[in-house]
Ligand binder design. Structure first.
Ligand code: ADP
Ligand code: ZN
Length: 214
């Protein structure tokens, strides 16, 4: 969890590779659907471009389908879901049905000034969804992905007006989830305003510490 620009995608992708887990990003799946002009993409596009949440039913069905795929059985990192209390309830029901569960909720804690600065300079890869930043994390070759050689682009929703709207939506709808998961004793908070490697190491430390206790 964490506001837009907290580093959820960056951290989740690296962690998934390191820990051998499936990375499930609702934002990435939605953007793929928009790019392929699927029915779901057509339904989601307007909401995404305005910085609003895509209706729960659409996203929840998508997450259920994704979690039912075989690679999720080895474990998964959810990135961008749940994003409100209703989605948290739906997720609980889905996981119960699939006999799976959540071990940790990592909240990436970062101030709004940092987030706005990060999002307005963010670049994403069309090929593999990797994230870069014009100044803080530039690709080796301009506008080309280091990982896959794909073209980099600025996301539609990374414009200043939309960034503000996304932050409002986060404050109103998503931040109440922090209390929800704290009550369930699953919440781990990590200061996410620093370098990505430092944040990653803290997360790994937290996760392995708790795993040793089990
Ligand atoms: P960020 O967290 O930086 O806003 P994401 O890629 O996670 O970026 O999400 C981009 C957009 O996709 C959101 O603004 C929203 O429109 C849509 N979206 C992603 N996940 C969800 C979700 N769980 N519920 C509803 N809409 C979602
Ligand atoms: Zn790439």
């Amino acid at each position: 969890m964490g506001p837009p620009g907290a580093g959820k995608g960056t951290q989740a992708k690296t962690l998934a590779v390191k820990l051998g887990l499936a990375h499930i990003s609702t934002g990435d799946i939605l953007r793929q659907n928009v790019a392929k002009a699927t029915q779901l993409g057509a339904q989601a596009k307007e909401y995404m471009n305005k910085g609003l949440l895509v209706p729960d039913e659409l996203v929840t069905k998508m997450v259920k389908d994704r979690l039912s795929q075989p690679d999720a059985a080895k474990g998964f990192i959810l990135d961008g879901y749940p994003r409100n209390l209703k989605q948290a309830e739906s997720l609980e029901a889905i996981l119960k049905e699939l006999a799976m569960g959540i071990d940790f909720v990592i909240d990436l804690d970062v101030d709004e000034k940092t987030v706005i600065e990060r999002l307005s300079g963010r670049l994403a890869c069309k090929g593999c969804n990797a994230n870069y930043h014009i100044k803080n994390m530039p690709p080796k070759k301009p506008m080309i992905c280091d990982n896959c050689g794909g073209a980099l682009y600025q996301r539609q929703d990374d414009k200043e007006e939309t960034i503000k709207k996304r932050l409002e939506v986060y404050r109103a709808e998503s931040s109440p989830l922090i209390e929800h998961f704290r009550k369930e004793n699953k919440l781990q908070q990590v200061f996410a305003g620093g370098d990505p490697e430092i944040v990653l190491n803290k997360i790994i430390e937290l996760v392995s510490h708790d795993c040793h206790k089990v």
